[in-house]
Design a protein around this ligand. Structure first.
Ligand SMILES: *Cc1c(COP(=O)(O)O)cnc(C)c1O
Length: 576
């Protein structure tokens, strides 16, 4: 048996043929019986297969990383339609189909080559990027220990460690005194924050707390958590409640609106200034109007690094306004939070310590594997507003982290972050973050230097947007009236959409695309390329190659078209 196994495992794992070879390894019929089942709970069946597995794990830990460094292809030669036609069998087989080693081979040879190579330095379209290789090992350990941090009975020291790491990040954000942390780091009645699945759940948790704080129990009313939003509004004599965020707010804020009974149409989008930051006058006006309307404000959300443009809202001013008006202030620093570790750039996040709560994603600039979100609270007791107990677990007075947590069972992500911080030091992270910010700056300069491109947004962080916009057209845009500008933009939108798609399909590099509004009207939307520079291997040379490729695609597909179109636009404008 083990001979067949090793025979099927021989050869190169990661650079093998890329065709699908479903079921090719299944030679002998496998059966599910009690004996083999017991073995899967103990260890590989014999020494030979054990060695094979170790070899495989070694290649997964190191080789897969190498694999990710070699290919980029979001779309290789096999398209999505083709792929989906191969995944249509909806029956669970009664007998085992494959042995573990065969399953691993299949993943490595048949699945991985068709997955997206997010670790490539040419992959600069999203906040998902390369991770240090040790993260894979840490994740494996977490799986092997399989602690459930919902309660102390299934995690013991790991829950205690989680409280410590939460306090460390809390200290990075809020910079309270040593006495404060001495008092709260292991306090079983309080909590400085919590781990959640992602940034979305972190924002939802923060707004859940904010909602319950707005509708706290009072005479004859036991609180919104118990009585619901309708009873809450009548108890507080208001007709509705809202959440305020800039119109670049992440859509998770809207989800929170829906889930928490606030209504996602009551997530009010405040306009932005020329730098894509929340406009303070608009915010003041909105607060005034909402109050005048007799509505309640659950929270104002400031963003430290908007998802689309990387802009950081004016946190000190928003914070001051919130204090003045006694409004809950949440900061969504899902992306930007770890910038606090850079002595050079932490000042970008000035004012974050005024926030009642702060969201930070572990899988973004803490470079953790998918997925990890965190939310921190200034007041160690505020999470009491979302406390739940159960008789068999999370009993009154226990240390169980599940008492104040949206999730029930969850993995020990804290172990990964704690270890990563030990391996990297804040200085290690600072280097990564500074590289992202500084490379993005160089990239912006390069875009501005090139005639065929137009830089659309830059920010303090590692995100920028730009588009293809040939020199002549740029002039036209500068001279045109609103109607003409609208026509040109529509044309450019088509071109940029196609260039982005063709580049993605070529599979060498990936830049994402989004639509930004240049004015308050939807027809003023422009299609832009969006870049997030996170991978330390992404340098200006690679970014130049990406621009060259886009320019190439543009020239070979659109140059003629734009010239002819340009002539008609010229006619449209009349001669000048
Ligand atoms: C990424 C992001 C989120 C959501 O994070 P997920 O982890 O994808 O749920 C929320 N807010 C901002 C500003 C983000 O950049």
């Amino acid at each position: 048996m083990s001979n067949t196994l090793s025979a099927s495992l021989r050869g190169s794992l990661f650079y093998g043929k890329e065709k699908f070879k479903m079921n090719k390894y299944t030679k002998t019929e496998l059966v599910a019986n009690w004996q083999s089942l017991m073995r899967t709970f103990i260890k590989p069946e014999d020494d030979a297969s054990r060695l094979v597995l170790i070899k495989y794990m070694e290649q997964i830990s190191f080789g897969l990383h190498e694999f990710l460094g070699k290919h980029v292809g979001i779309t290789e030669d096999v398209g999505l339609k083709d792929l989906s036609s191969r995944f249509k069998n909806t029956l669970i087989s009664k007998n085992p189909e494959k042995k573990l080693t065969d399953v691993i081979t299949e993943i490595v040879e048949d699945i991985a080559p068709h997955a997206v190579n997010v670790a490539s330095p040419y992959f600069i379209g999203h906040m998902t990027s390369a991770i240090p290789f040790f993260m894979v090992h840490l994740k494996t350990i977490v799986a092997a220990l399989n602690q459930n941090v919902v309660k102390i009975e299934t995690s013991k020291v790991v829950s205690i460690l989680e409280k410590q790491i939460l306090a460390k990040i809390h200290r990075l954000v809020y910079k309270k005194s040593s006495d404060f942390y001495e008092r709260y780091v292991q306090n079983i009645r309080t909590t400085l924050g919590c781990f959640v699945e992602d940034g979305t759940l972190a924002n939802i948790t923060a707004l859940w707390v904010a909602r319950n704080r707005l509708f706290a129990p009072k005479n004859g009313f036991t609180g919104v958590e118990q009585e619901g939003i309708q009873a809450a509004c009548s108890a507080y004599n208001i007709n509705r409640c809202v959440v305020i965020v800039s119109r670049l707010g992440h859509y998770s804020i809207k989800k929170a609106g829906g889930l928490l009974g606030i209504g996602n149409q009551n997530v009010i989008a405040v306009d932005i200034d020329a730098d894509n930051r929340m406009d303070l006058d608009c915010l003041k006006k909105t607060i005034r109007e909402i109050k005048h309307d007799g509505a309640g404000i659950v929270a104002v959300v400031g963003i430290a690094g908007t998802t689309e443009t990387g802009a950081i809202d004016p946190l000190p001013q928003i914070g001051a306004l919130c204090s003045e008006n006694k409004i809950y202030f949440h900061v969504d620093a899902a992306l930007g939070g770890p910038t606090l570790m850079s002595e050079k750039y932490s000042h970008f996040l000035e004012g974050i310590d005024i926030a009642d709560s702060v969201t930070i994603d572990g899988h973004k600039q803490f470079y953790m594997p998918m997925s990890c979100g965190m939310v921190f609270f200034k007041d160690p007791s505020i999470m009491d507003a979302v406390k739940y107990h159960a008789n068999y677990v999370n009993r009154f007075g226990s240390v169980d982290l599940g008492i104040k947590s949206l999730a029930g069972s969850r993995e020990a992500n804290s172990l990964i972050l704690d270890s990563a911080l030990k391996i990297m030091g804040s200085q290690g992270y600072a280097l990564l973050i500074e590289h992202g910010i500084e490379t993005t700056r160089m990239f912006a300069e390069e875009i501005e230097r090139r005639d065929n491109f137009q830089l659309i947004t830059r920010s303090d962080l590692n995100i920028l947007t730009y588009r293809i916009c040939p020199f002549d057209i740029k002039r036209r845009l500068a001279e045109g009236n609103p109607e003409q500008i609208c026509i040109i933009n529509k044309e450019l939108n088509k071109i940029n959409r196609v260039v982005q798609r063709l580049q993605r399909e070529a599979g060498k590099s990936f830049v994402s695309r989004t639509k930004l509004r240049t004015g308050s009207k939807p027809e003023k939307e422009i299609v832009v390329f969006r870049c997030v520079i996170m991978n330390p291997m992404t340098d200006i040379k690679i970014l130049n190659e990406i621009l060259d490729e886009q320019e190439e695609i543009y020239k070979s597909n659109f140059d003629e078209l734009v010239k002819s179109r340009f002539c008609s636009l010229h006619d449209h404008f009349g001669r000048n």
